[in-house]
Design a binder for this molecule. Structure first.
Ligand code: CDT
Length: 314
């Protein structure tokens, strides 16, 4: 018997700094309703889906910065998403900036949650691979201060939900094969992943023309090499003068893109995802138990940077 999850990848067009939470939540609700009308069980929203991508600005005033974070989830402005999800019987993945108080200390994370069809939180993920920089770099056309504004998470968990094994990741995580493999080793059958990716990367403008190719390359490889579905969802279009790539797609365990958005605005890409398609990959080419050689992979966890051998004297 097949296990189908009907998924809507809910791309968002730009969110400007002046847009209120209420404006944005109204757009998310419209996505939830449309996805429900299309018979979907799960809606996947982008990374930092409640605000503009604020790490593009250097801010010193804590009050100005804190306005971009959620202190509770659900909170007063987001509760309606949970109530609507429960009423419609549709789950969602949502990326947001989290301000947590742990042992009396304020901590900030780039977070995603998975909410079940009953409107209850199933799991929480905190972004591990934070890109960018932590100091003011005014030479950039726009900054990328995730290393300043967030602490890294420390695990890639998976959860039993929607009839299968679900994992979460955020944006830059998708470029790292370890992201998928750690979840693959826990049997992940669907990885949900929101992103905010500018077309232009100031430190490496020579890659700009390849930004969409790289986006799909990493997600398709991660899906195939781990026999899992990947749902990659963009915040797209021109946000506060910064062009974001879009390219939202739903990728099968074969590595093939089976549904995709074609605009840079609010748009749904929908697919009926058979979780049992994962098995033919997980039990043959990527039968981990049979073929992996962890004894040869020690460097993956013992070492961070690359250490080439010394050149041999001529
Ligand atoms: N949000 C986020 O993680 N964005 C990064 C941009 C890094 S610059 C290439 C990304 O990996 O898309």
């Amino acid at each position: 018997m097949s296990r189908f999850v009907h998924v809507a990848a809910a791309q968002l067009g730009p969110i400007q700094r002046s847009d209120s939470r209420r404006d944005v939540v109204a757009r998310l609700l419209a996505h939830l309703h449309h996805a429900h009308e299309m018979g979907c069980h799960l809606v996947v929203f982008p990374e930092l889906a409640l605000t503009t991508f604020f790490p593009r600005w250097y801010m010193e005033d804590p009050e100005e910065l804190n306005a971009f974070y959620e202190r509770e989830m659900p909170g007063p402005e987001t509760r309606i998403l949970f109530d609507t999800a429960a009423r419609l019987g549709i789950g969602f993945y949502l990326g947001y900036a989290e301000l947590a108080v742990e042992q009396g200390v304020e901590r900030r994370y780039n977070t995603a949650i998975l909410v079940g069809r009953d409107g209850k939180i199933v799991g929480k993920y905190r972004k591990v691979h934070l890109p960018g920089h932590d100091q003011h770099e005014p030479w950039r056309a726009f900054q990328h201060l995730e290393k300043r504004y967030f602490e890294p998470g420390d695990d890639f968990g998976v959860w039993q939900a929607f009839g299968g094994v679900m994992g979460m990741a955020l944006c830059n995580d998708r470029r790292w094969s370890e992201t998928y493999r750690v979840m693959g080793l826990q049997g992940a059958e669907m990885i949900l992943l929101g992103y905010n990716t500018p077309v232009h990367n100031p430190p490496a403008p020579e890659h700009d023309d390849l930004s969409m190719f790289h986006n799909h390359l990493v997600m398709q490889a991660g899906a195939y090499q781990n026999g899992t579905w990947v749902v990659g969802v963009a915040k797209a279009g021109k946000e506060e003068g910064c062009e974001m790539i879009g390219g939202t797609s739903i990728i099968a365990p074969s590595g093939e893109i089976v549904a995709a958005c074609s605009t840079k605005g609010d748009e749904l890409a929908i697919a009926r995802c058979d979780l049992d398609l994962c098995q033919s990959y997980k039990s043959t080419t990527f039968n981990f138990d049979r073929h992996r050689r962890p004894e040869a992979y020690g460097r993956i966890t013992s070492q961070r940077g690359a250490t080439p051998p010394q050149p041999v004297a001529a």
